[in-house]
Ligand binder design. Structure first.
Ligand code: SF4
Length: 211
């Protein structure tokens, strides 16, 4: 299967010229079924001039309610790691591979459900539109779903983490962990080591755009 963003970039029949236009279009998206149960589309956030774009998997419960990416527990951990790595969140663009929250209801709780490959492929349309307009120096894929959206099925977090790869759409892509995976690892003995490794990844990404 080809990489997703290459085809997605050329599928856009009437390309938007402003991020706000893409955001407005995405707000009414019904391209897959995920919009039906979620509260709203959670579009990316940050300056159009960002050199660094971070791509996660999908919004979580808090993001779905707030309509903003990375504002839940994983986002708070990411903020802490940004600070340690010397990265200013306000200068970066943060988004997700999939723009609606997929979950399974369990009582009053909504439990995260992993988006299917098909849902990631359909939603890559919006990610491609964001990246076409921003044209960052580096896109950081946070976790396997983002890596799949950006590089296709060949990408493997365990093997490709920490190196800059080139996507078929011409983007420089750097793969690392998703902060929600780090949150789970915090309960394990090596949790702090994993956080430190993630901060090192962030520093490497920042150094790549600063060189
Ligand atoms: S998940 Fe993506 S493709 Fe599916 S409805 Fe939401 S914005 Fe559209």
């Amino acid at each position: 299967m080809p990489e997703l963003l290459g085809p997605a970039l050329v599928q856009e029949a009437a390309p938007a010229t402003h991020l706000e236009e893409v955001r407005n279009r995405a707000a009414g998206c019904t391209r897959c079924d995920l919009y039906k149960n979620a509260t709203q589309t959670v579009f990316g956030e940050g300056p159009k001039t960002a050199d660094l774009v971070f791509v996660g998997e999908q919004p979580g419960d808090k993001e779905d309610l707030a309509g903003r990416p990375f504002v839940g527990p994983a986002g708070k951990l990411l903020d802490r790691c940004f600070e340690e790595a010397g990265i200013e969140r306000a200068k970066c663009y943060l988004t997700n591979a999939v723009k609606h929250f997929k979950f399974e209801p369990r009582g009053k709780r909504r439990i995260h459900a992993k988006p299917s490959r098909g849902e990631v492929e359909i939603c890559a349309w919006w990610l491609a539109a964001e990246l076409r307009l921003i044209r960052p120096k580096l896109v950081v894929a946070l976790g396997a779903t983002a890596a799949y959206a950006l590089l296709g099925p060949k990408a493997k977090v365990s093997r490709d983490r920490g190196v800059v790869l080139r996507s078929s759409a011409g983007l420089a892509v750097f793969i690392t962990m998703h902060p929600s995976a780090l949150l789970r690892m915090l309960k394990q003995p090596d949790g702090q080591k994993e956080i430190a490794r993630f901060v090192d990844d962030l520093k490497s990404a920042a150094a790549f755009v600063d060189r």
